[in-house]
Structures are given as structure tokens and as C-alpha cells.
Write a protein that binds this ligand. Sequence first.
Ligand code: GLU
Length: 402
Amino acid sequence: MIPYYHQGNKLTFSNRIKLIKPSSTMALTSKANEMRQNGEDVIVLTVGEPDFDTPEYIKNAAKDAIDAGLTKYTSVDGTPELKKAIIEKFKRENNLSYQPDEIIVSAGCKQSIFNMLQVLIDEGDEVLIPEPYWVSYADMVVYAGGSPIMLHTSYEENFDINMSELETKISNNTKLLMINSPNNPSGKYFDSNTLESVSDILQRYHENIYISSDDIYEHIHWHQEEFHNIVNVCPDLKERTIVLNGVSKAYSMTGWRIGYAAGSADIIKKMKTLQSQSTSCASSISQAAACAALTFECKELPQMKAQYKKRHDFVVSQLNQIEGVLCKETDGTFYVFPSFKEYITNSDLSDDNDLAMKLLNEAKVAVVPGSAFGMDGHVRLSIAVDIKSLEDAMTRIKSVLS
Ligand code: GLU
């Protein structure tokens, strides 16, 4: 006999999972790839994934790891070798000093961000996020029980953070400020002056607010100022800042899934507890590959960066030729984030979602609508594809929109 509480049609999901939606970057990329599999000639400018092969010395390190039998679980927080390479990377490239218990390796920077939010955020906590923001930030905050509080920026004001808005949006419930620079999707780099103003506010009255610094596009950066994060600008904030990074973007290693976080030992220990109860550890083979990536000189890196810049210059100039479209030069990343506001207003399209659908169906070019990043009227185009595909994409977009 079935107990009464197991009778009836009551197979349900958690309330938590109902609060979030699939990642737009991932969903739109699957849709575009599906169209390609069905024989449609779609140019995919959705996902931010370098088109270059992973450099040979990194692939060889993975092959060596397999041959050496490094195919078992590693420590939850990463192999000692990789953690050492990360610590040295921080010293060499960022002038930051960390101890091994202040570092954790995860399955991608995305998992480090997710774990950090699960460790820091409670129901009712508020998380400040400048717009536009990477698609997953807001949903990850919601999934952790928190409320994302957006800091409005605009194309017209160069995506700058408004410091008085930051001050007014800080409340007793504010727990964390999430910074991503260079920013996905706008390509904006928050320079030292901006970070100093943010630090001033946080230091003056707000001792209990954490900061996360997502530096994943650190190496794809062409702003005149050398890359700085908020800890470089204000070392006093180090204790409450979690620096997030990974090898996916710089070393063309998206599928290897290696990211890492650096922060105070207390936070890292809690992130380790969570990871021990979820994924156990990142792939042992990928960790060996990431260790090589960070330890040896990557000659391909400046070449890849030069290619991104060349593609950026081309795409920006092409988009600016379309009436009603404005495209700013970025400071880095492999995205451009043009404003189509005027174009949309003068057309029969209702918004950026409509525009993205039109580009997909008529131009066969897949892009991500700006509203997925919290900014209507824009679309994000990834330029991490070869120049020939970008030339074709621009020809198609111009012909459909003119
Ligand atoms: N971060 C990349 C993007 O924004 C990869 C996809 C994702 O995880 O969102 O396209």
C-alpha cells in the first residue's frame, strides 16, 4: 500500500530552480548550432569562445599528465602544482601575494563565482552589479537567495559607474559589489580613477561589503592603462575582495574548464567545503594543462590579442556605417556591444530581442540581445571568430538592416 503522502500527482521541483532561466549565451548558441546541423548557413557570434586552438605546449602537458597516470581525484581545492603556478602568476602579473590556503581551483571561473555567491549570500542580501553585466551574475545571485541591485550605466555616458548612485544604492542589506573589468559585454575597462572612487566609498562607511573582481578578460585588454584590479588600486580592500580568473579566455581553453578564486582563507575554506560536496575537484588532466599555461611563456597570447584587436577595429567601423547604429571602441574583451536604439525606434521592431531574431532568421547571424545583459536596445557580438566570418556577417547584417 502507498502511503497517503506519496499519492497523487505531486512530483515537483524546488522553488529555487523556478527562479532562474537558462543562460542566454548558452541557449542561443545551442539554437544557432542546431540550425547549422540542419544545413542552415548560420554565422555564430553568440558565445564568447576563442576560435584559436589551445596552444601546443598546453595540450602536450595534458597528454603527459595522462601518460603519467595523473587521472585520479586531486585535492578539492586543486593540485599543489597548479596552486603554486597561480600564486606565482598573481605575483608576476598582478603584484599580489597569496598563500596556498587563499586559492581554490574550480571547474571554470563560472563555478568559482557560483560557489562564492553560495558561500556569501543569504536570503534578503543585496548584491550590487553595474549594468551591463554578464548574463549569469543576476541568476546566480537569485539562486543563492539574494537580490541583484543594478547600477545603471549607459552607452551615452561611456558605461561609467555613477558614484552617487552607488552611494544611494548601498543599504544595510548590501553584502557584495561585483566588478567585471574589462567587462563582458560592453568591453569597458574600469580604470584606476574609477576603482579609486569606488574604493573610497567602500572604505569610508561600508566595512561589511565584500567585493568580487572578475578579471577573466585581463589579458584581452588594450586600454592605455596597464591592467589594474581594485586590490591593486586599494590594497586595504584585499581582505574582503575575491579575485576571480581562469584560463579559458586568455589561453583559448574554454572546454578544459579551469578557473580559480583568490581571497581570504576563511572564504576559500568555505568554498572548498561546498566544492567537496558538489564536484569534488576540477579535472586532473585540465589542471596539469592549466599549470603549463600559467607557468611557461605563451607566445600565442600576444598574437591572439592582436587578432582580436584587428577584428574589433573592423567590426566597429562596419557597424557604425549602419544608420541608427552606434558602436563604441572597447577597451578589451572579444565582444562589441553596439546600441541599436535609434534603429529599433525607426523600424517595426519592438526591441532588441526582435532585432536578434531578425538577424538570426533573415541574415543568418546569431547574436545575443542586450537585455540578457540588463541593457535593452543593444546586442552583443562576439568577435572571437575568424575575420572571413566577420566580413560575411557584416555584409549580411548591413544588407538586412539597410
Ligand atoms: N562567458 C562566455 C559568454 O559570455 C561563455 C558563455 C557563458 O558561460 O556565458 O559568452
